[in-house]
Design a protein around this ligand. Structure first.
Ligand code: ASP
Length: 451
C-alpha cells in the first residue's frame, strides 16, 4: 500500500491508509487519545483507544481507516475537519526532543537569534509555511506570465565585477589570481544590458542581489531576490503596462486581493513630493489590508545630493536622461530629469527601473559628472561602453523586490518573515552561523596571510 497525504484522506472514507508525518498535538481524553498528524499537505486528526509512547514533533507512521466524524465533532477550521483516521498501528520513525520554542503560535515574540538558530523548526510554523508557499506561487506565476509573453529566463554570474546600485559590495578573494577579488552583484544590471546587446530582446531572472548596507525592516541585510527584467525596442510606457498587468493579475489570482486603482496612477516625482512629501506613498485613505494600492512614479531627477556625496545617481548611472535635458548635463545637472520609474504599493517601494543610456558618449559624460576619472571609467565600465559600439538596441527594464511585494501582500512587517533562511539584523546567517573564521591554510592559499 502506498502513502496517503493528510489532505488526500478526504477522498478515501472507509479505506485503509498509511500516513507519514509529524505528531502535531497529543490530546488525551482518558478513554481515547487524539494524535493530530501533520505533513506537507496539512493536518489530520487520528484517534485511538490505545496509548502510544509518542510526543509532539516525533516523526511517525500511522496505519488506519479513514472515517467520517460525527456531525458535532466536525472542525470547519481545517481542510480535513470532516474526517479522522482510526489508528490500527503507530510507529515512531524519528523521535523529537522538546523544541526550544513553541511553533503553534505566530512566533513573533520569540527572540530573533533563537528563531534563526533553529530556523528549520521555526519554519514548521503555519504562518511561515503559508508565506513561503505564497512566495512560490508568486514566482511560479511570474515565470509563466513572462514566458507566455516571449521572455527568456537567463541566469547571470554571481562571482563578478562590481555593479553600482548605491550600496557597498561583498567581495570574494580569488585563489587563481591572488590579490584580485570578485564582487557579488548588487543586481544583474550590466549583464542584462549586455543580453540586450546580444539580441535576446526580452530577458527576466529571479535574481539574487547582494548589498552590504544597513538593514531595515523592509530591507534584508546581505542578500535578497528580485524579479529582474529588461526589454529592447520599448518605451517607458510599454514597461509600465507590462508590470501593471502582471501585478494586477498576481494581486487577484495569487494574493486573492483587490487592486485599488487600475490603471495604476502615474505620478511625477515632483507631484509626489508636493502631495505626499515622499516618493513612497500610500494612495489608500484607510489602511484596508485586502487592497493593494499600486502607483508608478516617473519624471525623477537624474541626480540627487546625498549625505556623503554632492552628486550621485537617483537610480544608478545607467539611467537615461530625458533627451531634451541632455544639453543641461554639464550646465545644471541637478535640473536634468530622467527616464527612471519606481513602483510603490501601500506605501512601500517595491521596484524601480529605467530606460537606459545606449550612447557611449552620453554614458561617459554621466560617469564624469559622477566624479569618475577617465582611467576608472575604462577599468570599471569599459566592457559596457565597448559593447555599445557593436549595435546596441534601445532598451529598458525594471526590477521588483520579491520580499517587499510579499510584505505588502501578507501584512508582515519584516522581510525575514517571507524569507526561508534570512540573516539576523547583525548580519549573522540563519542556522549556519556565518560569517565565521576560515583556517590558516585557506588564508595562505588566497595570499591573505603570509606563508
Ligand atoms: N538594477 C536596478 C535595481 O536593482 C533595476 C533596474 O534598473 O532595472 O534597482
Amino acid at each position: 500500500m502506498e502513502r496517503t497525504l493528510a489532505l488526500d484522506c478526504k477522498g478515501k472514507v472507509g479505506q485503509k491508509v498509511i500516513l507519514f508525518g509529524w505528531i502535531n498535538t497529543v490530546r488525551d481524553h482518558g478513554k481515547i487519545t487524539f494524535y493530530d498528524l501533520r505533513d506537507a499537505s496539512g493536518i489530520i486528526q487520528t484517534v485511538t483507544k490505545k496509548r502510544f509512547d509518542v510526543s509532539a514533533e516525533d516523526v511517525v507512521k500511522i496505519e488506519g481507516v479513514v472515517t467520517k466524524r460525527p456531525q458535532k465533532l466536525i472542525n470547519p477550521q481545517i481542510a480535513t475537519g470532516e474526517i479522522e483516521v482510526k489508528v490500527d498501528s503507530l510507529t515512531i520513525i524519528g523521535k523529537s526532543e522538546t523544541l526550544p520554542f513553541p511553533i503553534d503560535d505566530l512566533g513573533l515574540d520569540i527572540e530573533e537569534t533563537l528563531r534563526l538558530k533553529y530556523r528549520y523548526l521555526d519554519l514548521r510554523r503555519e504562518r511561515l509555511v503559508t508565506n513561503l508557499k505564497l512566495r512560490h506561487q508568486m514566482i511560479n506565476f511570474m515565470r509563466q506570465f513572462l514566458t507566455k509573453r516571449g521572455f527568456v529566463e537567463i541566469e547571470t554570474p554571481i562571482l563578478t565585477k562590481a555593479t553600482p546600485e548605491g550600496a557597498r559590495d561583498f567581495i570574494v578573494p580569488s585563489r587563481l589570481q591572488p590579490g584580485n577579488f570578485y564582487a557579488l552583484p548588487q543586481s544583474p544590471q550590466q549583464y542584462k544590458q549586455l543580453l540586450m546587446v546580444a539580441g535576446f530582446e526580452k530577458y527576466f531572472q529571479i535574481a539574487r542581489c547582494f548589498r552590504d548596507e544597513d538593514p531595515r525592516t523592509d530591507r534584508s541585510y546581505g542578500e535578497f531576490s528580485q524579479l529582474d527584467l529588461e526589454m529592447s525596442f520599448v518605451n517607458q510606457e510599454d514597461i509600465l503596462q507590462l508590470i501593471e498587468e502582471l501585478f494586477a493579475e498576481i494581486t487577484e489570482k495569487v494574493f486573492k486581493k483587490k487592486v485599488y486603482k487600475f490603471p495604476f496612477p502615474r505620478i511625477s516625482h515632483q507631484e509626489a513630493i508636493a502631495k505626499y512629501q515622499s516618493d513612497k506613498f500610500d494612495l489608500r485613505e484607510k489602511k484596508d489590508p485586502n487592497v493593494l494600492a499600486f502607483a508608478f512614479i516617473v519624471n525623477f531627477p537624474l541626480f540627487e545630493r546625498t549625505q556623503n556625496q554632492p552628486i550621485s545617481p537617483s537610480h544608478h548611472p545607467f539611467t537615461a536622461p530625458k533627451d531634451e535635458d541632455i544639453p543641461q548635463l554639464f550646465k545644471d545637472p541637478m535640473k536634468v530629469r530622467s527616464w527612471q520609474h519606481d513602483l510603490v504599493a501601500n506605501g512601500l517601494e517595491i521596484g524601480g527601473g529605467s530606460i537606459r543610456i545606449t550612447d557611449p558618449n552620453v554614458q561617459r559624460k554621466i560617469f564624469k559628472i559622477l566624479g569618475y576619472r577617465e582611467s576608472e571609467i575604462e577599468e570599471k565600465f569599459g566592457h559596457l561602453l565597448n559593447a555599445f559600439i557593436y549595435g546596441v538596441p534601445p532598451h529598458g527594464g525594471i526590477a521588483l523586490g520579491l520580499e517587499r511585494i510579499l510584505m505588502v501582500a501578507t501584512g508582515e512587517e519584516n522581510t525575514r518573515e517571507v524569507t526561508a533562511f534570512p540573516m539576523s539584523s547583525s548580519g549573522q546567517t540563519a542556522v549556519m552561523d556565518a560569517p565565521s573564521k576560515v583556517d590558516e591554510q585557506t588564508l595562505k592559499e588566497l595570499k591573505l596571510k603570509k606563508l
